[in-house]
Design a protein around this ligand. Structure first.
Ligand code: PMV
Length: 322
C-alpha cells in the first residue's frame, strides 16, 4: 500500500535539551510546543517486495550514510512491529530548509512514522504514534497531536509521549520564522543533547522546569499573552546559555540572530508586543498575536540580510493525505 502523510514542524516554547535516556530519547524535562501551519514535511512510503534495499529520497536527493542509517533504523522498528521484512521506498519533501534549526527532523520523523506504519498495515493510536516518532527524533513526538502540545518527560518509553493541550484554533498567535541562515548546522541537536549536562547551569535549568511548565500552561489556558511571551523568551535564552556554556561550547547564533533578538526587544518597548525563541540554529521565531503580524512583517522588510520569512499559525498534527 502507498501512503502519504503530512507532518508539521513544531516550535517549542519550553524546550527539550538533554535526555534521561539517550537511546530511547527520553527527555530530561517536559516541553511545550505549537505545531506550525506553513513549515511541514510530506512523506510517501511504500513497502515493495521487488526492492532489494530501502530507497530514500529527501528533497529530490537520494540519501546515504548516517542520515540513511537513522531512517532505516526507524523503518526497522516499523517492520518489527508489523512483522514484515519488505524493503521500502521513502520519498520525502520539506517546504522549508532542512537541518537549519527548523525542526525538519521533527516533521520528518513524524511524517515517516504515520505514513510508514499505515503502509506496513498497522493501525496505531495517537499515543503509540507519538512514542514511535520520539524514537526517531525526540521532538517528532510533538508533531503528532494537534495544535498546542505537551510532551511529558515520562519514566519509561511507553509513557514518554505528546498530547494536545489545546486545538489549533484555540489561540490566535503567530510564529514568524525569520530565516537568517539556510546552511545545515555543524552540530546536530542529537549530538548537542549529549553535551547539555556539561554546562554548569544545566542543573539550575532543570530545577526550575516544573514551575516554568506550570506557569506557561496557565498562561496558555488564560490566553495571557504577556505572561506567555515573557516565559517563552526567557526559556530560549536559558537553553542557549546552557548550549554556550557546554563543553565544548555550542553557538548556534549568527550576528543577524542577535540583531533580530534586539529588534524584538526594541519593538516591544514601542508597544508592538513580540517575543523571540530560537531552536538549535540561527533562525529566530517571533511570536506575536495575529493582529500584529502585518506590522512585524513590515518591520522585518527593513532589516537587510533577512533571507526569508515564514508566518505560521497553530496547525493540526500529522495526518494521512488522500
Ligand atoms: O528532537 P531534536 O533532537 O531535534 O531536538 C530538538 C531540540 C530543540 O529544537 C533545540 C528544542 C525543542 O524542544 O524543540
Amino acid at each position: 500500500m502507498k501512503v502519504k502523510a503530512r507532518a508539521p514542524s513544531n516550535i517549542a516554547f519550553i524546550k527539550y535539551w538533554g535526555k534521561k535516556n539517550e537511546k530511547l530519547r527520553i527527555p530530561a524535562n517536559t516541553s511545550i510546543s505549537m505545531n506550525l501551519s506553513e513549515a511541514y514535511t510530506e512523506t510517501f512510503v511504500e513497502f515493495d517486495n521487488k526492492l532489494s534495499k530501502d530507497l530514500i529520497v529527501i528533497d529530490g536527493k537520494s540519501v546515504e550514510g548516517n542520515e540513511k542509517e537513522r531512517i532505516v533504523d526507524h523503518l526497522n522498528l516499523i517492520r518489527k512491529m508489523a512483522g514484515i521484512d519488505t524493503f521500502a521506498e521513502v520519498v520525502s519533501k520539506n517546504n522549508f530548509p532542512k537541518g537549519a534549526g527548523m525542526a525538519s527532523s521533527a516533521s520528518g520523523f513524524a511524517a515517516l512514522t504515520v505514513a510508514g506504519t499505515k503502509a506496513a498495515g498497522l493501525n496505531l493510536s495517537e499515543k503509540e504514534l507519538s512514542v514511535l516518532a520520539r524514537l526517531g527524533s525526540g521532538s517528532a513526538c510533538r508533531s503528532i497531536p494537534d495544535g498546542f502540545v505537551e510532551w511529558k518527560t515520562g519514566v519509561k518509553s511507553g509513557d514518554s509521549y505528546a498530547y494536545s493541550l489545546q486545538a489549533p484554533g484555540y489561540w490566535d498567535i503567530c510564529d514568524t520564522i525569520v530565516v537568517v541562515g539556510e546552511k545545515a548546522k555543524k552540530v546536530s541537536s542529537t549530538e548537542g543533547h549529549t553535551k547539555a549536562f556539561s554546562s554548569p547551569f544545566y542543573k539550575a535549568r532543570i530545577l526550575g522546569m516544573n514551575k516554568k511548565v506550570k506557569e506557561i500552561k496557565s498562561a496558555l489556558k488564560n490566553k495571557d499573552f504577556t505572561k506567555f511571551g515573557r516565559i517563552l523568551e526567557e526559556e530560549a535564552i536559558n537553553m542557549h546559555t546552557v548550549m554556550m556554556t557546554s563543553k565544548p561550547p555550542l553557538f548556534y547564533w549568527l550576528p543577524k540572530t542577535l540583531e533580530i533578538m534586539q529588534s524584538v526587544i526594541t519593538w516591544r518597548e514601542e508597544d508592538l508586543e513580540t517575543y523571540f525563541t530560537i531552536d538549535a540554529g540561527p533562525n529566530v521565531h517571533i511570536i506575536c498575536l495575529s493582529k500584529d503580524v502585518k506590522k512585524v512583517r513590515i518591520k522585518l522588510k527593513k532589516i537587510p540580510g533577512v533571507k526569508k520569512v515564514i508566518v505560521n499559525k497553530a496547525s493540526e498534527g500529522t495526518h494521512i493525505l488522500k
